[in-house]
Each structure stands twice: as C-alpha cells, then as structure tokens.
Design a protein around this ligand. Structure first.
Ligand SMILES: Nc1nc2c(ncn2[C@@H]2O[C@H](COP(=O)(O)OP(=O)(O)O)[C@@H](O)[C@H]2O)c(=O)[nH]1
Ligand SMILES: [Mg+2]
Length: 180
C-alpha cells in the first residue's frame, strides 16, 4: 500500500494528475525503457509482459499517457512514433550509460530527434541509465559522447540514474514535470 501512496504523491507532484500529459519514452532497445515504465506503475522488477507492438508499450497512469518506442534501425517503429509527435509534452530519451559501443547509434537517434521542427519546444530528458554497472561512464563523458556538450538549448536535461537501484530518475522526472 505504501508504494501506491508514493506513486500517487509522485504523480501529483509531477503535475500528472492535474492535466493530460503525453510523454514519449524513446531510446535504443535494451536501454531500460520498459523497466522504467513498469517501475512507475509496479514495484516489481520481474519478467516484463510487453503490451502491443514488441518495440512499443503504452501505459495510462491517471492523466498521463506514457508510450515507449525502441529506436535504432526500426523504420517501422519510426513511422509509428511519428504519429505521436504532434501533441507530445515531453520526451524521455534513455541511454545505456554502460554500453559505450552503442553511444554513436544513440547519438545519431538523439540528434535526429533534436532536429525535428515539431519538437523544438519540447523538453528532452536524457537519462543515462545503469550507473550501477561497472562499465558506466560519467555524466561528463556521456554528454560529450552524445554531442550535447555545446548544444545551446535549455530544454534538454541530462541526468544519470539506475532504474534497477532506484537512483536518480525521481529527481530527473521532477525536473521534466517542472518543464512541462
Ligand atoms: N544494471 C542495470 N540494468 C538495467 C537497468 N535498467 C534496466 N536494466 C536491464 O537492461 C535490460 C533492458 O531493459 P529494458 O527495460 O527491457 O530495455 P528497453 O529495450 O529499453 O525496454 C534488462 O535486462 C534490464 O534488467 C539498470 O538501472 N541497471
Ligand atoms: Mg522495451
């Protein structure tokens, strides 16, 4: 019961219960999107049962609709999420901070999103996930590797987190909610 109270309080503080919000959860496959989505509605980290398209999941949390899409080489998925971009309130872009071999791919996808005209005024929360992993890089390095270092945009925030260890993402989501 405690957890549901916490979720409720969190959603109120995020402003999600006061207005309809549409948040897209994007990122390469394996970055942690499904884990985060399920973390937000259930305290269990068990086996995930994806709903709908294998590369897309959707959850309604009171007034907030959260939709995830896996990026990277999924042209079909891209067509799907293109339909969602029109009225989107916020984008959470999850990166596996412990997988440097895929930073370039993540950077390409993120850059592509940042050049979409419809998204110029949308707040981007970039989550460097899996900081509990020994291979995880620092926020300074991740910022550089994703090409965010010299980007002159104040509606992009980079936060490091471990979804599995419940670190960092609460603060990050609060930042996003303030910007919505
Ligand atoms: N070490 C670690 N692993 C994580 C973390 N978050 C997710 N994972 C793992 O990363 C893998 C991919 O997660 P998933 O949520 O399915 O990624 P998605 O493809 O982006 O939806 C799973 O094995 C998760 O357990 C984290 O914070 N730390
Ligand atoms: Mg997933």
């Amino acid at each position: 019961m405690y957890f549901f109270k916490w979720i409720h309080a969190t959603l109120i503080s995020l402003g999600f219960l006061d207005k309809r919000a549409k948040v897209l959860l994007l990122g390469l496959d394996n970055s942690g999107k499904s884990t985060l989505l399920h973390r937000l509605v259930t305290d269990e980290l068990g086996i995930l049962e994806p709903t709908g398209h294998p590369t897309s999941e959707e959850l309604q949390i009171d007034n907030a609709r959260c939709t995830t899409f896996d990026l990277g080489g999924h042209q079909q998925t891209r067509r799907l999420w293109n339909d969602y971009m029109q009225e989107v309130d916020g984008i959470v872009f999850v990166v596996d901070a412990a997988d440097p071999g895929r930073f370039n791919e993540a950077r390409t996808e993120l850059r592509a999103l940042l050049t979409v005209e419809e998204l110029a005024h949308v707040t981007f929360l970039v989550l460097g996930n899996k900081i509990d992993h020994p291979n995880a890089v620092s926020d300074v390095e991740l910022r550089a590797r994703l090409g965010l270092k010299n980007l002159l945009r104040d509606n992009i925030g980079l936060f490091m987190c471990s979804i599995v260890e419940r670190q960092g993402y609460g603060e990050a989501l609060h930042w996003l909610a303030e910007c919505l």
